[in-house]
Design a protein around this ligand. Sequence first.
Ligand code: TXA
Ligand code: MG
Length: 334
Amino acid sequence: MKPIVADADAISHAADLLRQGRLVAFPTETVYGLGADASNPVAVAAIFKAKGRPADHPLIVHIADIDSLYDWASTVPDAALTLAHRFWPGPLAMILNKKPEVPLAVTGGQQTVGLRMPDHPVALALLKSFGGGVAAPSANRFCRISPTQAVHVSEELGDAVDMILDGGTCQVGVESTIIDLSGSKPRLLRPGHITRQEIEAVLQTELLIPPASKPAEIRAPGMMAVHYAPTTPAMRCPAEQLPDRMQKLVADGKRIGLLSYQLQIPETGQIRVLRLPKQASDYAQRLYAALRELDSLQLDLILVEQPPQTESWRAINDRLSKATVASATAPCVA
Ligand code: TXA
Ligand code: MG
């Protein structure tokens, strides 16, 4: 499926398709979403089929305004309103207790629902034109790298989607921050562009932080897939270890890709280098496209220079920990 420039006609046609229960990929400020009418369980089932995603993974429902929270959530706690007024439209999703009529197909069988008002003119125009909630996971195949450009969606989903609205490159580049407000204390479920500190400052309370997920297991082509992952084996590595490792790999005849942000290593016939910005938000914006580019080169290994482990890099480190293995856990790889 070829992307279509998201002008007014295209958006209105996309809204019609959603009404017919079809799938529309659309841009948001974070990543491209694969959208369907969230009130139509058959349409929602098509999302899972197109992505190859297990049906017990809940989807985020995208809404056009803060008032629409009441269409989906059985209760809207003060904290949710406070966060919505401060950060919406924006890269924040909130988990709230669902209304009985919200299809279980959307919530992965749970009694809670994820809600987000995206900050992208095309997404907002589509939501307004459609007039309801749009369930939309990232528009990639299950466990693969999220798309940040319309062409990535075509590469990922081909004709499994009925329309791809092209709204340019996503500005944030990593998925939204997710806060669970369905229990007695707010929990950070997924770090994103909006940081823990920003949310804690607004809520004036500490967030519960679930323990970090286990590091990704060592992957070889055809072995287990890991979230946000390229198909090429990928390893993150501290800058000081990179020159040695690369030298050994080159001596072994390997072709390697390097995703650096600080280290300067010259390219050779065997080494392809992509350098990302030193500022976390700029790095995040370009991360997935860079991983995708290196993944397309049929290299033996992608090495990622370990970014700083500070709060502003939390979302990036979270995604990298799922897309790559740590060099410390894979000494045999290089
Ligand atoms: O930035 C984003 O949030 C993008 C764009 C398209 O909006 N969407 C996105 O969707 O990242 P997805 O499906 O790839 O990730 C949604 C995450 C999943 O990890 C899912 O488990 C979690 O949200 N989630 C959704 N509803 C939930 C619920 N009721 N309880 C717990 N987690 C939920
Ligand atoms: Mg996703």
